[in-house]
Write a protein that binds this ligand. Structure first.
Ligand code: ZN
Length: 318
């Protein structure tokens, strides 16, 4: 029961990123730092001159928009857009508690993936906290649909995602990924997958005020069955991997890591938010359990990318 893997984790220090929003093209500085046990992911806006908005939970009940990205309402007409790659990195790397601070209305897009955030988390290291880990255990299947698209949360003895996409594009087509979560697998197989878009949509999006900051530096760009990025793809099926990356980020808005299986077909930010609303619509759908109530053989949290355990060790002997 005293195993490190059953306890909550936060960042061992602050990490910061300077960049710009993929939709707004606004410059922004993002700082992610430690937070107390049982706080989950908190977010606040740096208003300048040493003033901040009150930190609020990164929670699906605060989702104000899901057009092309997930946007949160922080209260007092302050919002935070495109948070899903940041929350994906935190959740994917096994962080339970963190404080996110932004000085503009949209998170920096960086290279379009969660990799820069995941690397920084790896470098700063994680600190084990005294409180036991808690999970949102799925007790009853919840499915939400939109035409032939769906998203579902199902009871499952582990943490898994099974995601399928089907695009009318020869380059993408139909892709499926089944993923059993560990921090190492997230880092290696998911975190580097970039967001993507079609040249044919770019004009309309920009007229509507989206994708103003998108470029080949932060998006896989497709034009008539060709990939325009000179370096090509990072993974052969990078598209479905990015959708999985997004789903991990969006599902973290449930407030706790999910113990169960997420399945989706042609899903996206809207269905991801709706399936969480569906889950919380009845107390019979879920229960909050401590790590001690889960199978002891579950050691996914110990499957860390090389480097993390070293940091961890150094901190514990200091
Ligand atoms: Zn994304």
């Amino acid at each position: 029961m005293n195993k490190l893997s059953t306890r909550q984790r936060t960042l061992a220090g602050e990490i910061s990123f300077a960049g710009y929003g993929v939709h707004s093209a606004q410059p922004v500085t993002l700082v992610i730092g430690p937070a107390a046990p049982d706080k989950g992911f908190l977010i606040r806006r740096d208003l300048g001159n040493g003033t901040y908005t009150e930190p609020v939970s990164v929670h699906f009940s605060r989702v104000s928009r899901t057009t092309l990205c997930t946007t949160l309402d922080l209260g007092g007409s302050v919002s935070a857009a495109t948070i899903e790659h940041v929350t994906s990195a935190l959740s994917g790397m096994g962080v339970d508690n963190a404080l996110i601070t932004l000085d503009a209305a949209e998170c920096p897009i960086m290279d379009g993936s969660a990799y820069p955030f995941a690397v920084a988390i790896l470098e700063v290291g994680l600190e084990t906290q005294p409180a036991p880990k808690k999970f949102l255990k799925i007790l009853r299947s919840v499915t939400v649909r939109n035409n032939d698209a769906f998203a579902a949360l199902e009871p499952y003895n582990g943490r898994a995602l099974d995601l399928e996409i089907d695009f009318d594009s020869k380059v993408i087509g139909r892709q499926r990924m089944m993923f059993d979560w560990t921090p190492r697998r997230y880092f290696e197989d998911v975190s580097r997958a970039r967001t993507f878009g079609f040249v044919r949509d770019a004009k309309i999006l920009r007229q509507a005020g989206y994708a103003l900051g998108s470029s080949l530096d932060n998006s896989i760009t497709l034009h008539e069955d060709r990939i325009l990025n000179p370096g090509g793809l990072r993974y052969e099926d990078e598209f479905v991997r990015h959708k999985l990356l997004d789903a991990i980020g969006d599902l973290s808005l449930g407030g706790l890591p999910i113990w169960g299986k997420f399945r989706s077909y042609k899903g996206g930010h809207a269905l991801n938010a709706h399936v969480l609303s569906g889950l919380f619509s009845s107390d019979a759908n879920y229960e909050i359990v401590g790590a001690e109530d889960l199978p002891l053989e579950f050691e996914a949290f110990d499957d860390q990318p090389a480097g993390l355990e070293v940091n961890h060790y150094l901190r514990s002997v200091r």
